[in-house]
Design a protein around this ligand. Sequence first.
Ligand code: ATP
Length: 513
Amino acid sequence: MANEKQPQEQDLMEKIVSLAKRRGFIYPSSEIYGGINGFWDYGPLGVELKRNLKDAWWQDIVRCPPTGPDGLPVEMAGLDCSIIMNPKVWEASGHVVNFNDPLVDCKQCRARFRADKVFSVKAAVGEDVLVLVGAEADSADQARAAATAAANSKTRRRLEEKADRIEWVIFRADLAPEGQSTPCPLCGGQLTDARKFNMMFKTFVGAMEDSSAMAYLRPETAQGIFANYKNVLDTTRVGVPFGIAQIGKAFRNEINPRNFTFRSREFEQMEIEFFCHPSEADKWYTFWRDTRYQWYIKHGLKSSKLRLRDHEPSELAHYARACADVEYEFPFGIAELEGVANRTDFDLKSHQAAAGRDMTYYNDETKERFLPYVIEPSGGCDRATLAFLCEAYSEDEAPDEKGVMQKRIVLRFHPRLAPIKVAVFPLVKKDGMPEKARALLDKLRPHMAAFYDEKGAVGRRYRRQDEAGTPFCVTVDGQTMQDGSVTIRERDSMQQVRIPMDGVLAHVQERLA
Ligand code: ATP
């Protein structure tokens, strides 16, 4: 897939960030004090969007799990673990020693970067160097697009003219060939050699601030699941193969948070650890990889922007047998939404050794005792929310009160994710219309997120709801007062139909399903 980001796509990201702030989806954390890098707050519309996303995941994974490859519903149990755990968990999992990112500093401007996320980008035709810059990015493709977008118009023209003769040399700062360095993405200065930085946030438990009281804020929810694997087996009726699912906060002291909420320091994960017999691990891996990919498509991420990328064997962690990323083409480039991995018995084996607890499973029917393999689909709620926001954003034209076509911003959310499902308006603030509209609102509210608005011209109210992504708007007008009918307008087509007020709930429910 081509990954050239044109300037207009960078503008698109700015428009989305500004809409998110203006309409109360996402605000910078502690903004009144200048914010804090890598932390975000979800406003009234954002919290509904993210909650709908998490509810949809929980419903489709835990309460009504998919049918597995053997034709039976998958067995799944939910969990909600503490954020702070015994630090021994993180020693056993390998995070204390291995959860490091390579860090580089600019010797000139002192900016700090993750070395595996900084690229040297050079474009040359023979001796003629058109571009030689450092770019912060998640992939070489993204880095090339960022360097192209940041070039001045003269350089961009030259890049286009000589496109077929240009040789691009792109490498990661921590993998720089001998004798070559990466320019600082901010000032072009020289970067230091990479050194290790552990990304876990530390804190102290209790009154003492010494090493015996030190603990970590969890960098992933998965380890809480492994630590409770035996508890779940012993206290429920599940048996291998089965999964444990959890949604919760995770914290990573990212060296350079960026791309809005995409790379934050505090975020939420939706994780499944699926325990199965080692001989069935390949089958379950394929099942979960494909199921999770389809889930995003079902909720509106166009398959042309979504891709499933199988990792090369060289990319795999030493314990993993297979891994694939569900990736989405954000305005800032293609990046990971969710990873699905076959983690073998690495985690259970590590905890078994460190905690001295038997983690094996005994199959009563086959009389076999074994250590299950684990398939892990691990997604980010914030990244998914951002992807759905980016996908939903569109601009078209709609007539204003005087029938003149005006630009319209509309968020075309899947109805299941839309923060508000239906808005109810009285056409005017008199003649009994507000009372009728409020009565309708009261009927709708127990069933769905419904919103009432009586302020301003009705056309403007429609546009405000389009910007919030509300799929339906109902207007109570003069005719309602005579025959009890209302108009219901659909967000995407902007078509209006007249239906009896009593039928609104059923009409909307049918279309939300
Ligand atoms: P990356 O390579 O982008 O740092 P990762 O491969 O380290 O991500 P995992 O450890 O696999 O990520 O975490 C699972 C999921 O958690 C990711 O797919 C992503 O959706 C989410 N996630 C991880 N780090 C962050 C972050 N800093 N901000 C927001 N979401 C994150």
